[in-house]
Design a protein around this ligand. Structure first.
Ligand SMILES: Nc1ncnc2c1ncn2[C@@H]1O[C@H](COP(=O)(O)OP(=O)(O)OP(=O)(O)O)[C@@H](O)[C@H]1O
Ligand SMILES: [Mg+2]
Length: 285
């Protein structure tokens, strides 16, 4: 059931290691002792019902809320660091609602994100050029032709891509994306998945998502959170077959029917309902 935790150094891969992460809001533990190993080169999905603690986990790792435990990346514990230093350490995130500056152009948005490289960028602008890493980001997100348009005119999906572009410009090695495909068309989702695959090869990417179709299509590893804890981890088919995951999504105890003759049948039915429920959650979000 649980995925194999390779010793990441042996593979020569980067990784973000989270151990015993806890976020306590006045006695309510929104994140409660979470262990996660997030390896470079794998698309890691974080799913779970509303209120499971997914966003709070990302908030803790990016310094927006205080957490205890360990969140180590390249020998630095992120939990003790201020957000701007966490960004400089190579950790980037997006939010559930897009945060691009609508009045500014695509290029200007990337400029702001590139603030941590400010000096190089300003020098390049003085030469009336655009730095190579900004060009590369524009190309990766496919918005070259829209570079001088205000971000406000972009389609919903394109704004999310711009946000991902902003993380590329920041040179984020770890990207924590909070429901990036919510509200996207099927086509936009597909393009986003392809984009994440392309850039994910040399990065550690974590995607929070409700839409099981998207998860099924692109996830290498899925972690299911519930009530602040990790409930299950594995491949898509493993977590879908896990009765504990099914219980959480349906709020019913399979134990109660475990001895019944029709248990297997009920279980199959429950699994179909789980998928429908999860997909509905995605549309609501
Ligand atoms: N600043 C806060 N103070 C108190 N409680 C909070 C705070 N932020 C979040 N919570 C609570 O923590 C729990 C986890 O919230 P969180 O936003 O992390 O869930 P989520 O898994 O991202 O859910 P969703 O799928 O709806 O986005 C919820 O019960 C939420 O109400
Ligand atoms: Mg959330």
């Amino acid at each position: 059931m649980s995925i194999q935790h390779h010793a990441p150094d042996e593979l020569g891969h980067d990784y973000l290691e989270i151990r015993g992460l806890t976020v306590d809001f006045d006695g309510f533990k929104a994140v409660d002792g979470v262990d996660l190993t997030l390896l470079q080169g794998r698309l890691h999905f974080l799913i779970g019902p509303n209120g499971a603690g997914k966003t709070t986990l990302v908030d803790a790792v990016t310094g927006l809320v205080a957490g205890t435990g360990l969140a180590r990346y390249r020998n630095q514990d992120l939990l003790g660091m201020r957000s701007h230093r966490i960004v400089r350490a190579g950790i980037g995130r997006t939010f559930q609602t897009a945060t691009v500056f609508e009045e500014l152009t695509v290029l200007q948005n990337l400029d702001i994100a590139g603030g941590i490289h400010r000096r190089a960028w300003a020098m390049a602008l003085a030469r009336r050029g655009v730095p190579a890493y900004v060009e590369q980001a524009l190309e990766a997100i496919g918005l070259q032709d829209l570079r001088d348009r205000p971000a406000g005119v972009l389609a919903h999906g394109q704004k999310q891509w711009l946000e991902i572009g902003m993380l590329l410009v920041q040179d984020a090695k770890v990207m924590l994306l909070d429901e990036p495909v919510a509200g996207m068309s099927a086509e936009e989702r597909e393009e986003t998945g392809e984009l994440l695959r392309r850039i994910g090869y040399e990065r550690t990417i974590v995607v929070i998502e409700h839409d099981m179709e998207f998860v099924r299509r692109f996830a290498d590893v899925v972690t299911v959170m519930h009530a602040g804890t990790v409930l299950a981890e594995g491949s898509v088919s493993e977590i879908q077959a896990d009765p504990r995951v099914q219980e959480v999504y349906l709020g019913r105890q399979l134990d109660a029917v475990a001895d019944d003759e029709g248990a297997a049948e009920v279980e199959a039915q429950v699994q179909a309902e789980v998928e429908a429920t999860v997909e509905e959650g995605g549309r609501r979000a």
